[in-house]
Design a protein around this ligand. Structure first.
Ligand code: ZN
Length: 399
């Protein structure tokens, strides 16, 4: 259990490196990231890794295999945070991986281990997420390189070297430890969850238009109330998601105009967010919900328009590597509960290029993206033990 306490302590220590005193806010290549890199560099070197920072600011620790031409296993998660974050989202996976390598005390496998602390996952600084992992799979286009170029240069790095960040050579796969950021594992009284897939996402901007008018003089039967139409539709969105299986649908934003208490709303603009691990189900749900909105609009004498903002396919984790992970969880005496991730993660990006697997740790209270975010030392110990079994199982398979 002592290494688990050290992991929690190190996460708390790294939380002190923040862009905003009094809060945990750490964005892509901010000055606070220098402190995180310095601490991680020390710990990685102590664990026997060779450390470098690539051109997008990912910190990379290389722990050599038994032979120079050994394939590599990549273990990673992200170092950046949302504004006013907790101390564990992302960074726990990096600190846990470093501890895992330290526990090997110099033991070599027939594969090398590369630890990656991704510089950017949340998309806070430039509104573009996953800059760190996208660099590893060679998915940084010219526009993004220009957008992030000044920040990269200000940090002392060279944007021209971004292509060198790409992973080359034989790779066994990618493993990520991450807090669940939801209440499911806690509700099942489980420490760990084996991620089967990362859900796909659809996001739309939608709008009902009617006629603004006087709230006192316009009789109910003559109104074209955009907000009342929106309210009817929001109820339908919720009913559709509740009736579905492992489906979530959310209207998280509404802007009613003109927005006065004594005026019937002339327009209501909203967001729609739909997530499911099956892309056909997800796109089918979106189509039904938009159709439902058109029917509501027609009945109420409103117009309805929609614009698709994001159509991101689901990312299944690799079946083989996930089975190795599930076995490792069971070898530690834990239940290998399988679950989908409703949130996006670096594993989703890495899965485009190599087998990826992901392990969730219980989030107490289901709390994340909040200062009260936490993790239980017993769950960290369980994840660490799983990591050891995972490496041993890979060694048996590839040795
Ligand atoms: Zn995260």
């Amino acid at each position: 259990v002592r290494p688990a306490f050290q992991i929690v302590e190190r996460c708390r220590k790294l939380a002190a490196h923040t862009d905003e005193p009094g809060f945990i806010t750490r964005t892509f290549l901010s000055d606070a990231m220098r402190g995180v890199h310095a601490d991680l560099r020390t710990w990685m070197q102590h664990a026997g890794m060779t450390v470098s920072i690539d051109a997008v600011g990912n910190i990379r620790g290389y722990y050599a295999g038994a032979t120079a031409d050994a394939p590599r296993l990549i273990i990673g998660s992200h170092l950046d945070t949302v504004p006013h974050a907790g101390a564990f989202d992302g960074i726990l996976g990096v600190v846990l991986g470093v501890e895992l390598v330290e526990l090997l005390i110099g033991r070599r496998f027939h594969f090398a281990i590369e630890m990656v602390g991704f510089s950017e996952e949340e998309g806070v600084r430039f509104g573009v997420p996953f800059i760190g992992s996208r660099a590893l799979i060679g998915d940084i286009d010219g526009t993004l390189a220009v957008l992030a170029g000044d920040a990269i240069r200000a940090y002392g790095l060279d944007p021209a070297k971004i292509p060198d960040a790409r992973v080359t050579g034989p790779t066994l796969g990618y493993l990520e430890f991450h807090i669940e950021q939801g209440p499911v594992l806690e509700s099942l009284n489980l420490s760990l969850g084996v991620v089967t897939a990362i859900a796909g996402q659809s996001r739309c901007d939608v709008r009902f238009e009617g006629h603004a008018n006087h709230a006192g003089t316009m009789p109910m039967n003559l109104r074209h109330d955009a907000l009342a139409g929106a309210a009817e539709w929001i109820g339908a969105v919720e009913r559709e998601a509740v009736a579905g299986r492992d489906l979530v649908a959310t209207v998280g934003r509404i802007d009613a105009r003109p927005g006065a208490g004594n005026v019937i709303a002339g327009s209501a603009a909203m967001s729609l967010d739909v997530r499911h691990v099956d892309d056909a189900i997800r796109t089918g749900v979106v189509a039904r919900l938009l159709d439902c909105a058109r029917q509501i609009a027609a009945r109420r004498g409103l117009t309805f328009t929609s614009e698709l903002r994001l159509d991101q396919p689901a990312a299944p984790m690799d079946a083989g590597l996930t089975e190795v992970l599930a076995q490792a969880v069971r070898a530690g005496g834990h239940s290998d509960h399988r679950m989908a991730s409703g949130a996006g993660h670096d594993a989703m990006i890495m899965a485009k290029q190599m087998p990826a697997a992901m392990l969730f740790l219980r989030s107490p209270g289901g709390i994340s993206h909040h200062p009260d975010e936490s993790v239980l030392a017993q769950d960290v110990a369980a994840a660490l033990e799983t990591g050891v079994h995972f490496l041993e199982q890979l060694e048996r398979t590839h040795g």
